[in-house]
Design a binder for this molecule. Structure first.
Ligand code: ATP
Ligand code: MN
Length: 489
C-alpha cells in the first residue's frame, strides 16, 4: 500500500466512522470509534455518535473490569475513544455493537453544566446554544442534508456545462439593494469625515466610494454569462431587511445561474429540472436523516388540530414534487383566481386583492400552491412596477418577463427573469427607476457590445433546505443564523 501522503484519493484514519461500521458486512474484529456520548445506561451501554450518521453505535462495557473513576467520567456530552470487538447486536434496531476492551475519555463534559440532556429540547432553546446544537439528532440531520443539497447543486451545474463564478461580496453598486444593504467601511465611526454640507465623504473611505455587502451576484453573473455562456454563482448574500419572519435571514446563501441565449420558458425549464434534481439527490442519499425528520414531523403534527395537519409525509411530499409538472401561470391569471378565491371574498387575507397590479404577499402565494393547485407553481409576466429594472419588457408595455417559483409551505423559493438585453429599453427603465447611468456603465456595456437574450434566477439555499427537511423556521437550517438583534457565535 502507498503511504498516506502519496495516495491522493483516500483519506483514512485509524478510527472508523460509525457510518462505515454500520455499512460493514463483516464483524468479529477490533475497531476504534471516537465520538460524543449521547447516553450511558445501566453502567453498561454507551450510545456514541460521531456525526457521520444519525445512528449511534452502542458500546458495551464490562463494569466489573473497568476503572470506576473512569466510567464516572462517561457522561452525556463527553468525548470518548473506545476500542473493542465489533459484534452483532442482540438489541433491537441496531446491527452491531462494540464489546469494549479499552476506553479513553478525550474530553469530559460536566454533567451539571452540559446543556444538552437526553430529552427533547425546543428548537427555540437550541437556537440559544447554536454552538452545541449540531450534537442533536435534528440539527445534525439537517446539516448533513444541507451538505448534500449543496453538493447536488454543484454537481447539477457541472454536469450541465455551467461554470462556477465567484462574484464580489463587497459591492460598489446599490442598484438592487435600495435601502436593504449593510454598509462596508473602515471609517472611525466616532469621527466620520463629512463635507461642508454635512454629507459623508465616502471619497475618504477605504474604497474611495460607498460600498456595501452584496444582496445578489446577478449583475456580475450576467457579465460572465456574456462571455462564458452558462454560469452560476453560489455565495453568501446579505439583506438588512427588518422582516422578522420564518423565511428571512440577514445572511443567506444564494445560487444564481445565468444563461446566455435562454428565454423565459427555458429559464422555467431550468428551474424545474434543477429543483427536481436536487430533491431527488436528497431522497436517494439522505434516507436515514429524512426518516428521522419525517418521524419527528409526524410527532409534531399530532399536537396540531386536524385541519392544520399536513396531508403528506415528508418523503411523500418530496416525491410528489418529482412526479408532477409545476403549474405555469401568468400573474394576470393568478390575480383572477385570487380575486375570486374564498379567503379574498370572505376578507380572510390580510392584504385583499382588489385588482391587477397588486404585489403578491406570501399568503397569496401559499393559497395558490397549497389550496388551489396543490402543486408547485411558477408565476410569470408580472407588472413592471413591482419587479426589478433589469427584467425584459413585454410587448404589452405593462408586464415584464419575470418568474417566481412558489413551493408549498415556503412561498417564493426562486425569483428570476429574462433580462432586458436592449440598450434603449434598459436606459428608459433605469430612468423610471432613478438608477444613474454612470453607476451602471459596466452593466450597460454588455448591452453595447455583443448583447444577447439571456435569463437567470436566484434560489435561496436555506429556503430549499427548509423544504427538503420539512422544518418550519429558517433559523434552524443554517448553522449560525443572523437575524435582527442576533449575531451571536
Ligand atoms: P421575498 O419576497 O420572499 O422576500 P425576494 O423577492 O426578496 O423574496 P429575491 O430578491 O428574488 O427574493 O431573491 C431570490 C431568492 O432568494 C428568493 O426566491 C428566496 O429564495 C431567497 N431569499 C430572498 N431573501 C431572503 C432572505 N432574507 N433570507 C433567505 N432567503 C432569501
Ligand atoms: Mn425580500
Amino acid at each position: 500500500m502507498l503511504p498516506l501522503h502519496n495516495n491522493i484519493n483516500a483519506f483514512k484514519m485509524k478510527r472508523t466512522k460509525i457510518a462505515d461500521l454500520l455499512a460493514e458486512e463483516k464483524h468479529g474484529y477490533e475497531v476504534v470509534v471516537k465520538g460524543w456520548v449521547r447516553t450511558f445506561r445501566s453502567n453498561r451501554f454507551i450510545a456514541i455518535n460521531d456525526g457521520s450518521t444519525i445512528n449511534n453505535i452502542q458500546a458495551v462495557v464490562d463494569f466489573d473490569n473497568t476503572d470506576e473513576a473512569l466510567l464516572k467520567r462517561v457522561t452525556t456530552g463527553a468525548c470518548v475513544s473506545v476500542t473493542g470487538e465489533l459484534v452483532e447486536s442482540l438489541g433491537k434496531g441496531q446491527k452491531y455493537e462494540i464489546q469494549v476492551s479499552a476506553i479513553e475519555v478525550l474530553g469530559d463534559a460536566d454533567a451539571e453544566k452540559y446543556p444538552l440532556q437526553p430529552k427533547k429540547h425546543s428548537l427555540e432553546f437550541l437556537r440559544e446554544i447554536a454552538h452545541l446544537r449540531p450534537r442533536t439528532n435534528t440539527i445534525s440531520a439537517i446539516m448533513r442534508i444541507r451538505h448534500n443539497v449543496t453538493y447536488a447543486i454543484h454537481k447539477y451545474f457541472n454536469d450541465n456545462g455551467f461554470y462556477y463564478i465567484n462574484t464580489p461580496i463587497i459591492t460598489g453598486s446599490d442598484a438592487e439593494g435600495a435601502g436593504e444593504m449593510f454598509t462596508v467601511t473602515n471609517f472611525d465611526l466616532n469621527n466620520i469625515p463629512k463635507d461642508e454640507n454635512g454629507a459623508i465623504n465616502y471619497k475618504d473611505d477605504f474604497f474611495g466610494k460607498q460600498t456595501n455587502l452584496t444582496v445578489s451576484g446577478q449583475l456580475e453573473a450576467e457579465l460572465a454569462a456574456m462571455a462564458l455562456g452558462q454560469v452560476y454563482t453560489f455565495g453568501p448574500t446579505f439583506r438588512a431587511e427588518n422582516s422578522n419572519t420564518t423565511r428571512h435571514l440577514a445572511e443567506f446563501w444564494m445560487i444564481e445561474p445565468e444563461v446566455a441565449f435562454a428565454d423565459l420558458d427555458e429559464n422555467m425549464d431550468l428551474a424545474e429540472s434543477f429543483l427536481k434534481y436536487v430533491i431527488k439527490h436528497v431522497l436517494d442519499n439522505c434516507q436515514d436523516d429524512l426518516a428521522f425528520l419525517e418521524a419527528r414531523l409526524l410527532d409534531e403534527e399530532k399536537s396540531k388540530p386536524q385541519a392544520e395537519r399536513s396531508e403528506m409525509k415528508l418523503t411523500e411530499k418530496l416525491q410528489f414534487v418529482l412526479d408532477n409538472n409545476f403549474v405555469r401561470l401568468s400573474y394576470t391569471e393568478a390575480i383572477e383566481i385570487l380575486k375570486r378565491s374564498k379567503p379574498n371574498q370572505k376578507k380572510k387575507f390580510q392584504y385583499l386583492i382588489d385588482g391587477w397590479g397588486a404585489d403578491l404577499q406570501s399568503e397569496h402565494e401559499r393559497f395558490l400552491v397549497e389550496k388551489h393547485f396543490k402543486c408547485p407553481v411558477i408565476l410569470f409576466d408580472y407588472p413592471k412596477e413591482i419587479k426589478a429594472f433589469y427584467m425584459r419588457q413585454n410587448d404589452d408595455g405593462k408586464t415584464v418577463r419575470a418568474m417566481d417559483v412558489l413551493f408549498p409551505g415556503i412561498g417564493e423559493i426562486i425569483g428570476g427573469s429574462q433580462r432586458e438585453e436592449r440598450l434603449d429599453v434598459l436606459k428608459e427603465k433605469m430612468k423610471d427607476f432613478n438608477i444613474p447611468e454612470e453607476e451602471m456603465w459596466w452593466y450597460m456595456d454588455t448591452r453595447r457590445f455583443g448583447t444577447a437574450p439571456h435569463s437567470g434566477f436566484g434560489l435561496g439555499l436555506e429556503r430549499l433546505v427548509l423544504f427538503v427537511t420539512g422544518m418550519g423556521n429558517i433559523r434552524d437550517v443554517i448553522p449560525f443564523p443572523r437575524t435582527p438583534d442576533n449575531a451571536e457565535f
